[in-house]
Write a protein that binds this ligand. Sequence first.
Ligand code: TRP
Length: 338
Amino acid sequence: VSEVRRAMTGIRPTGDLTIANYLGAMKPIADMQETYGGDISIFVADLHGLTDQEPDVVNVHRLGTGRSLIAAGVNPERSTIYLQSELKAPTEGVASILDRHTTVAELLRIPTLKEKIRHGMGPESASAALLRYPILMAADIIVQDATDVPVGEDQRPHIEFARDVTDRFNSEYGDTFVKPTMMTAVPEGLRILALNGHGKMSKSVPNSAIFLNDPPSEVDQKIKRAATANPGAMTDVLESHFTLTEALCKTQEDIKILEGLKTAHLDGGKVMHGFKTFMAAMVNSFLEDFQERYYNISDREVVRTLTEGSDRAAERANQVLHRAERAMGHVSLRDYLN
Ligand code: TRP
């Protein structure tokens, strides 16, 4: 087990990505490339997508997700971008090994599943794939010997599970798996709400989300309808609009203008119309650049990037699987002769 630092994370190809996905997941990884002293990998979690989606849906979105990562500034020369299903055999091999060190009760306690059960999904309707989601995710992490996993706060229970199961395996069979640490890559205070202020911005409420492929006219309409606050008052949703806009400002001048608008608003001025115009301008200017990069990346380039990345990641994954099998003494027939 080596001293090299290795960060890795996954993103599910669930559909059209929003600007909140960009600011909360993709940009932080792109920024990390400047600051992190180690390897960085990011993969498109298409096998995880299959837990609750049909394969044709996942197939459509997985290339788009890879393309968005590249457009967001994840540089294939600096980072490894790969597709989870290209490492299917070693990942599932390690996942089955982890099965032996996991109890059903433990999986049922993981909040993401408990939440679903609370919302009416019982053992009668929940699939084993959903139950095993944390096992597959732990295997993703383990097969890359990852030391750091940058994820959002909602993923903490999954990382805790990965750490626990690593400890259990290692104490049974000796130091084999690298124990990962959760890394908060998302900037403090970055909480992007739906434009109507009801919950987080999510693709499931499309009118209240800005998508990375929205045209300017759509963005203008959505922002025009967005919730704000009375002069002098600060609300969660307005705070979120300010955060979003600030994150997209390209120049110090833009930031100054934004601060001016905020001060005027807090002083009781009627600036919400002007603010929305400014917000829409910042969003559209960002989207114009993003979409230009996105549409200039060919299918061929996305496929080549994912293939090369997957080859590298698969090599490591196979090594980790074999390391685990050797540790367990579960060797192949051929090893009897060597
Ligand atoms: N569960 C993560 C999410 O929904 C995606 C994911 C799958 C992941 N495997 C991973 C993240 C491994 C980090 C490491 O966002």
